[in-house]
Design a binder for this molecule. Structure first.
Ligand SMILES: [Zn+2]
Length: 349
């Protein structure tokens, strides 16, 4: 038994940084730092609307999801060749290793690239090669989840799936991202049913800017296994009870929520309430280059801002990250055992 009460809050930042963890909600295009955007722009001869790295970084002062998406798509415009996708993912994996991430499930948006004439195979092969190298050189277990852009049509989602099918073995699931408001899960019912038939894991963004009803229809209509964000679920007690009962994971992204004004600041984040309600919530970085921090930044800053969170909750979010990951049960258990050993040692010291 871990003696959580023996671990003072002052030890949490170090413990959170050191602990093994899984990241389940990271858009790989959202890990593009301005420096890499400029390097790739130069390599590919792409003209950017910003004169230098500082000007681009300054433009990251967006105020809502739509203005963020505008600059996000501008950044992605430098990605043209397989090597570019490899370099982007590899830069993330090096940061992930420094954060002691041992499992990463990377979202990628083929439509952001096919819209610019980049073939889906180029995207997937480049990212997959980085995943393989992460496993062999950094001991990070990594897989890809293909996301459909929800502001586009279901027909376009079907075309995206079709183009990705020759690479079916190189991704483990599908998700749904981009602007939530006005694009309910129901819009993608048929394409998700097709993906279920193909044996793909299913996840979807819901309850970030959209209402709790979107969380419910993501579960009932799309049949997803995890909800990305889902923080607005708390507005609906019956939904919260269901999420707890069915152990539906919520991939919560605190720094993203602040940057996109879902909460005014970290001290108002509802993570403590989600955990008190018994939900399988864990922390993630979403689009770390744009939202001001990678996974350890999210963990440390959130626990610092919320005095009601202690060692027990730190253990819980880390454990939840493994429980919610798409890997065999024995693999999860091995990571959870490492987590137990670490917390045991710290609580006994
Ligand atoms: Zn996201």
């Amino acid at each position: 038994m871990i003696q959580f009460d023996n671990i003072p809050r002052s030890k949490l930042p170090d413990l959170l940084r050191k602990a093994p963890k899984a990241e389940l909600h990271i858009h790989i295009e959202g890990s593009l730092e301005p420096e890499l955007i400029f390097k790739l722009a130069q390599r590919n001869g792409v003209a950017l609307a910003y004169p230098n790295v500082e000007a681009l970084r300054a433009a990251y002062a967006f105020t809502d999801l739509q203005s963020f998406l505008d600059i996000y798509y501008a950044g992605a415009s430098v990605l043209l060749k397989e090597e570019d996708f490899f370099d982007m993912a590899w830069a993330y994996f090096e940061r992930a290793a420094a954060d002691n991430i041992v499992r990463a499930e990377l979202f990628f948006d083929p439509q952001t690239h096919t819209a610019r004439g980049v073939d889906t195979g180029i995207v997937i092969r480049g990212l997959h090669r980085a995943c393989q190298r992460a496993q062999s050189e950094l001991r990070i277990s990594a897989d890809l989840i293909l996301c459909f852009l929800r502001h586009l049509s279901e027909e376009e989602a079907f075309a995206t799936l079709e183009a990705a099918l020759p690479y079916r073995e190189l991704f483990i699931g599908v998700g749904l991202d981009s602007s939530e408001q006005g694009h309910p899960p129901e819009k993608f019912e048929r394409v998700f049913a097709k993906c279920a038939e193909l044996g793909l894991h299913l996840v979807a963004h819901a309850g970030e800017e959209g209402p709790p009803d979107y969380v419910r229809s993501a579960l009932d209509v799309l049949k997803v296994e995890r909800i990305d964000h889902g923080v607005r679920s708390l507005e609906d007690p019956a939904l919260v009870a269901r999420l707890a009962r069915e152990r539906i994971p919520l991939t919560v992204c605190p720094l993203s929520n602040i940057k996109l004004c879902v909460f005014p600041d970290l001290s108002h984040h509802n993570l403590p309430k989600l955990l008190d309600a018994g939900l399988c919530a864990m922390l993630n970085s979403d689009d770390p280059a744009y939202f001001g921090g990678y996974l350890n930044d999210n963990l440390v800053q959130t626990f610092e801002a919320l005095p009601q969170l202690g060692a027990r909750q730190a253990y819980q979010v880390l454990r939840n990250s493994f429980e919610a990951s798409f890997v065999p049960a024995e693999r999860k258990q091995a990571w959870i055992s490492q987590l137990d050993t670490l917390f045991d040692r710290v609580s006994a010291s």
